[in-house]
Design a protein around this ligand. Structure first.
Ligand SMILES: *[C@@H]1O[C@H](CO)[C@@H](O)[C@H](O)[C@H]1NC(C)=O
Ligand SMILES: *[C@@H]1O[C@H](CO)[C@@H](O)[C@H](O)[C@H]1NC(C)=O
Ligand SMILES: *[C@@H]1O[C@H](CO)[C@@H](O)[C@H](O)[C@H]1NC(C)=O
Ligand SMILES: *[C@@H]1O[C@H](CO)[C@@H](O)[C@H](O)[C@H]1NC(C)=O
Ligand SMILES: *[C@@H]1O[C@H](CO)[C@@H](O)[C@H](O)[C@H]1NC(C)=O
Ligand SMILES: *[C@@H]1O[C@H](CO)[C@@H](O)[C@H](O)[C@H]1NC(C)=O
Ligand SMILES: *[C@@H]1O[C@H](CO)[C@@H](O)[C@H](O)[C@H]1NC(C)=O
Length: 420
């Protein structure tokens, strides 16, 4: 009989990995189905770079465990390609903000607020070997160095296997050249339930890279997936920034008819703005694709709750007490004074606003899935609104998620503080 359990892993000498992840009894194929199929009582949530606050570094194992413990079924995550062809999971093109490369190389640590310090490109480094990325520790969002190292995508998949987590990933490739190596690296990996990683790691690709199914299906790795019977999960990202570059609506219609496109990401900034037609298409009952997702823009690398604890020197930059002004939100912008999201929206919006920082607005647009920095907060809010019936995601024969597990996840920070 299935019982909920908390796994206690081992402390390994080189890389200290302490696995203490509650695993919800989700079936990853059901999660993928919930991307495809609109449900009136369930919005899908993707934790943006994992749950990465309060001392947990983004794209770290800990951020994954926390997401899983908070019942979150999807993690949106970032992939780069290192010089030696490995797949380090970092967001920025530079290593400065998210690792201790400054300290490790005897140079000034990078400060994202001022752009001072050492911030070399990920792609200029080997992952393995002396001076490799694998020796770098991760920094949390407040700039503190944690006792955790930069993982590669396959290593993260192995951690998911080891801890028995049942999550799907949205792979956000920061570098187009990392896509094919990721496919081959994942080909023989599975989660604990034995499901191939290439069926629950969603290839979420910028639509501008492969604009039609014809181009996409000609890729050697996509052909290999077809030949091998792997059910790829693909989401093309449509964005107002690509207006004028190619016909996104035509692209969306073609991809919608394929067996591997599970949903569309439609980064609409306001009602009636550029690419509204694509969102409308997903709402049309006769269209082959009936779901869309978006990003909840809540500010990039600083969260107001923890802002006053920031260890980075914010120099003369600070956030105003009230972040919400004119239906917009103040956020830190790398190397610049905090700015309203609206100040960055340009002609991606037809009324000058970026509404993606407005929870209610996103729900009103009928999005089926949302990428959010604060996925745990969204989970509780949506639950109250009857929009988080996660029992739809539970594996057959398993029992309903035990919500009390979600309340235990701060315990880990006690452990971290002993090592910080
Ligand atoms: C950080 O922890 C505090 C205290 O438990 C909590 O109130 C706050 O919501 C947390 N912040 C985030 C972003 O989770
Ligand atoms: C990367 O690794 C290769 C092969 O070991 C080596 O020849 C090269 O010097 C390394 N490059 C850097 C920047 O460390
Ligand atoms: C999906 O479609 C492709 C061609 O469009 C086909 O080769 C492949 O077998 C199909 N895959 C599945 C899992 O049905
Ligand atoms: C947005 O504005 C810029 C100039 O401000 C212009 O070059 C570009 O074509 C505009 N894009 C769209 C989609 O209107
Ligand atoms: C902050 O300081 C920098 C120089 O260190 C200066 O260029 C910038 O204008 C200042 N910003 C504000 C908002 O005062
Ligand atoms: C808010 O909108 C008003 C009216 O358009 C404008 O005068 C004001 O400068 C705006 N505030 C900010 C912080 O942009
Ligand atoms: C939740 O979804 C399940 C199907 O998985 C359904 O049987 C159940 O009635 C739903 N619960 C509520 C409260 O709607």
């Amino acid at each position: 009989m299935f019982t909920f359990s908390v796994l206690f892993g081992v402390m390994m000498p080189a890389h200290v990995v302490y696995v203490q992840a509650a695993r919800q009894p989700y079936d990853v194929h059901k999660i993928i189905d919930a991307f495809r199929t609109p449900n009136d009582d369930l919005k899908i949530l993707c934790a943006h770079r994992g749950l990465r606050w309060n001392g947990t570094a983004e794209n770290s194992r800990d951020s994954y465990f926390r997401a899983s413990e908070a019942d979150i079924e999807c993690i949106e995550t970032d992939i780069h390609l290192s010089l030696d062809g490995q797949l380090p999971m970092t967001h920025d093109h530079g290593l400065g903000r998210t690792t201790d490369i400054g300290e490790m190389t005897g140079q000034a640590a990078y400060n994202p607020y001022t752009a001072e310090g050492f911030n070399p490109k990920v792609g200029g480094y080997n992952f393995t070997g002396l001076g490799g990325i694998e020796q770098l520790r991760l920094r949390d969002e407040q700039g503190r160095v944690r006792d955790e190292y930069v993982p590669t995508l396959p290593q993260m998949i192995e951690s998911i296997f080891d801890s028995g987590m049942n999550v799907v990933l949205q792979l956000d490739f920061k570098d187009e050249t990392a896509i094919e190596p990721a496919y081959w690296a994942l080909k023989h990996l599975t989660n604990r339930a034995g499901v191939p990683a290439n069926e629950w790691c969603i290839y979420k690709l910028q639509s501008v890279w492969y604009q039609t199914p014809e181009v996409f299906e000609a890729l050697p790795w996509v052909q290999d997936a077809f030949r091998s019977g792997i059910k790829l999960a693909f989401i093309p990202v449509y964005d107002p920034e690509y207006v004028g570059i190619f016909d996104q609506m035509a692209s969306a219609k073609l991809f919608s008819q394929t067996n591997y496109t599970i949903s569309l990401e439609v980064e609409l900034r306001n009602v009636g703005g550029p690419i509204q037609d694509i969102l409308d298409y997903t709402r049309d009952k006769s269209s082959p694709i009936r779901t869309a997702g978006t990003f909840f823009a809540g500010g990039d690398f600083t969260f107001p709750n923890t802002d006053k604890l920031t260890f980075f020197d914010t120099a003369n930059y600070s956030l105003p007490a009230d972040l919400h002004v004119n239906n917009s939100l103040y956020t830190y912008v790398e190397n610049k004074a905090p700015m309203l999201l609206d100040a960055q929206v340009g002609n991606s919006s037809s009324d000058g606003h970026d509404y993606r920082s407005d929870f209610n607005w996103i729900i009103e647009q009928g999005y089926q899935w949302i990428i959010a920095d604060t996925a745990d907060g969204w989970h509780s809010r949506l639950e109250k609104q009857g929009l988080r019936n996660v029992s739809r995601l539970i594996a057959d024969g398993r029992r309903v998620v035990d919500g009390t597990l979600a309340k235990t996840w701060y315990k880990r920070s006690v452990w971290w503080s002993a090592f910080a």
